[in-house]
Design a protein. Structure first.
Length: 202
């Protein structure tokens, strides 16, 4: 689903105005910004890969207290890391952008992309953690639903609405709002965890 949703978003960015040169600059700025975003997400992806095995082992053993503790740690770390990255990006975006692109017009858009997207970084991670936890507990349908809610129900529609309201930066705000809502919805759903298998040992 992610390639489809990102393809749709890239198309929205590439066609947001009648100025072909501005559209190309916007696509280049988004691409460069996504590379920085990926670097910021590395610590969260590392946690994502460790949460699954830990939750799966303890869920299978019926140790729901440890599952809940792992879920809480993952969610709070996601929020904390997201806040840290946002506070880091605010003063440093102007320093980071020239490293990736020398063109002033692309840097201008990229800086604003980073400022806006960084707000929802931690919430996006909360969505990832929720999917990992559900997969670990052998509920792939719920994991897929968590992803679909963010990518199809929220991501694309809010990006379209954002473009309609505020053009290019509206798209970026749409993505951020989608990440925030997706993360909050995932967290709310995870407040009611499934019960472990009947034959689980304590």
């Amino acid at each position: 689903m992610f390639p489809i949703s990102m393809g749709a978003v890239t198309w929205l960015v590439a066609t947001h105005s009648d100025d072909a040169a501005r559209n190309l600059s916007a696509v280049a700025a988004q691409a460069a910004g996504m590379r920085v975003e990926s670097l910021a997400m590395m610590a969260l992806w590392a946690l994502h890969t460790t949460v699954g095995p830990f939750v799966g082992q303890n869920f299978g053993a019926g140790k729901m207290d440890r599952v809940r503790r792992a879920k809480n740690v993952a969610m709070w770390f996601s929020l904390g890391w997201g806040a840290f990255c946002f506070l880091l990006v605010l003063p440093l975006a102007g320093v980071i952008a020239p490293i990736f692109r020398p063109e002033a017009d692309i840097q201008f858009i990229m800086i604003r992309y980073l400022w806006i997207i960084a707000i929802g970084l931690g919430f996006r991670s909360m969505n990832f953690m929720g999917a990992a936890i559900y997969n670990a507990m052998n509920f792939p349908g719920r994991a897929a639903a968590v992803d679909l809610i963010r990518l199809l129900v929220l991501y694309i529609p809010l990006a379209v609405l954002g473009r309609h309201l505020y053009w290019l930066y509206g798209i970026f705000w749409g993505l951020t709002v989608a990440n925030i809502i997706g993360g909050l919805v995932t967290t709310a759903i995870l407040t009611h965890l499934p019960e472990p298998p009947a034959d689980a040992t304590n």
